[in-house]
Design a protein around this ligand. Structure first.
Ligand code: SAH
Length: 250
């Protein structure tokens, strides 16, 4: 069933009145692109983890109304939230990273500028990129059945991005120079019933500088290896997230 995301006000109305009114860009998608009509059913995800099944009762150019048929809790969100801090890569690789990491259940992505980041993004351009990346996140979230749209944060400087992470998170730093501690080893130290959340730091093409590796340590990020081969930046996040999901069966 086609999935759309609704905000808190729409979810409250759905619960109280048993109806939902969809406006904005989703209307064009539902009516003109998907050619859905009265009687067709939709799945509506609210940001609090609930999911409403609804049947369309009316369509116009700027409004789709639907009756709520049932409500349930979303069953596709992973138990362990992971925020990816991704060194901004060259070209359009970030788009691939976002799409795949959303499929693998990432909760949020923060694009990070590091010493070896090649791309220069003036503020206006960075905001344009962020808006495009957010759209890619939304499309991937719809396609793979997520209960939330993972947020793509503003492009942030390295140290600030690290400093802003909550104290209690398990902070992992994928480091190709780490020889002893693998991702599996580090997760095993937490155990499969781990109930916390994770931050995962991945460098851009050029990797991290020595001083950044030290700074990461200062903010509680522990280096982990993703294996004996050097992965490309766009492979590293996908590989690490797959490993995390595999370990937690999540
Ligand atoms: N500094 C390297 C390559 C960096 S790879 C060079 O220039 O040759 C880009 C990023 O992917 C790294 O910063 C790291 O976060 C991650 N990565 C790649 N391979 C890895 C591995 N085997 N273990 C851990 N992290 C890895």
């Amino acid at each position: 069933m086609r999935r759309f995301f609704i905000d808190a006000a729409q979810a409250a109305k759905a619960e109280k009145d048993g109806i939902v009114e969809i406006t904005g860009k989703d209307v064009r998608h539902i009516v003109s692109v998907l050619r859905m009509r009265t009687g067709d059913c939709l799945l509506l995800s609210a940001s609090d983890g609930r999911e409403f099944e609804a049947r369309i009762t009316g369509c116009s150019d700027d409004l789709v109304s639907a009756d709520i048929l049932n409500v349930r809790l979303n069953a596709t969100e992973p138990r362990v939230p992971v925020t990816l801090l991704q060194g901004v890569p060259k070209g359009d690789k970030m788009e691939l990273i976002i799409q795949k990491c959303v499929e693998l259940g990432v909760t949020a992505i923060v694009p990070v500028m590091t010493e070896h980041t090649v791309v220069r993004l003036p503020e206006a351009e960075a905001e344009k990129k962020r808006a495009r990346w957010q759209k890619i996140s939304e499309e991937a979230a719809k396609q793979c059945g997520r209960g939330i749209i993972p947020q793509i944060g503003a492009v942030t400087g390295f140290e600030k991005a690290l400093r802003e992470r909550p104290e209690e998170e398990l902070k992992l730093f994928a480091y190709e120079n780490e020889e002893d501690i693998t991702l599996k080893h580090r997760l095993e130290q937490e155990g499969a019933s781990f109930e916390g959340q994770i931050s995962l730091l991945i460098g851009p093409e050029g990797g991290f500088s020595l001083s950044e590796a030290e700074t990461a340590g200062k903010y509680g990020f522990v280096p982990v290896s993703l294996g004996k081969r050097i992965l490309r930046t766009e492979t590293a996040g996908i590989a690490a997230l797959s490993g995390i999901r595999f370990y937690f069966e999540d």
